[in-house]
Design a binder for this molecule. Structure first.
Ligand code: PAF
Length: 283
């Protein structure tokens, strides 16, 4: 059996543990998570291990990125299983603050990201989200001072937002994106997939299928308007209520309609029942 990683829950304990990890000038990678770990997270940890000598995983369900109407209370919390997974990957340290340790009494500072955070994708439907993410990730970066930090490409706009923030605020961390891990039928792994009822779970891979078909048509040179409208119909026919289905410039997230305008990313967000899924692929 693998030895459990050290768990720290206060900022002073984190500092001491990081000083120990760095004692021999080791490089440190951070993998920020909200727990409920699945194989997608494991792949982030494995990439982190390839990029640095020591790996810290944070587990913190961040209340400031949830609207009052969202699932903060219901968000899956699977502590024991998470620790077992991280032990199997030989993670060095788990940073697991509670809400008071992250946002002590009187906390009054927020990071308000612009640029990719206002691209009109997730921010249109979850206006509170990127402020909460940027603030907590900014704190995680200053608390852990990692050399590199690994984020999943599944949350593509989030990846762009934290990359921009790290650069704009000179946080001295290299942000690395990790490829989306999928179930055998194509559904992107997500902690929220546990919410899906069996018939919704069966329909869910249609999101990926519609994206793949649409991306192939764009690559073949079909006009973006017609392709995206047909893809949206497929998604809706599978029982989803669509928030957006768009192609954007992969770096800036600006709207583009042709691969001639730069690297293209197709992004989707849609609800099936009460569960909201997001996904994206390169075109
Ligand atoms: O992607 C997530 O799990 C969260 O948004 C993150 C980056 C850990 C910030 O709370």
């Amino acid at each position: 059996m693998s030895r459990s990683p050290m768990v720290v829950r206060t900022v002073p304990a984190l500092r001491r543990a990081l000083d120990d990890l760095r004692a021999r000038k080791a490089t440190v990678a951070l993998v920020p998570t909200m727990g409920a770990l699945h194989d997608g997270h494991v792949s982030l940890v494995r990439l982190a291990k390839r990029r640095a000598q020591k790996v810290v995983v944070s587990i913190f369900v961040n209340p400031t990125q949830f609207a009052p109407t969202e699932d903060f209370g219901a968000y899956p919390r699977t502590w024991k299983a998470d620790v077992a997974k991280l032990a199997a990957e030989k993670v060095d340290l788990i940073w697991n603050p509670d809400v008071k340790a992250m946002y002590p009494e009187g906390f009054a500072t927020r990071i308000v990201p612009e640029g990719p955070a206002t691209a009109g994708l997730e921010d249109r439907f979850r206006p509170h989200f990127f402020g909460g993410v940027a603030t907590v990730v900014g704190k995680l970066f200053t608390q852990c001072r990692p050399d590199v930090a690994v984020f999943g490409e599944k949350d593509f706009q989030q990846l762009r937002v934290v990359t921009q923030m790290a650069r704009d605020l000179d946080l001295g961390v290299k942000v690395i994106g990790s490829r989306t891990v999928r179930e055998r039928d194509g559904l992107a792994m997500s902690s929220r997939n546990v919410y899906l009822a069996p018939e919704q779970r069966q329909a869910a891979p249609e999101l990926y299928r519609a994206m793949k078909l649409s991306a192939a048509r764009l690559r073949a040179g079909d006009p973006a308007d017609a392709v995206m409208a047909a893809g949206a119909e497929l998604i809706q026919a599978a029982g989803f209520e669509l928030d957006y289905f768009e192609v954007r410039h992969a770096e800036t997230l600006a709207p583009i309609t042709s691969r001639k305008d730069g690297p293209m990313r197709m992004l989707v967000a849609a609800k099936i029942g009460t569960t909201r899924l997001i996904d994206n692929i390169a075109v």
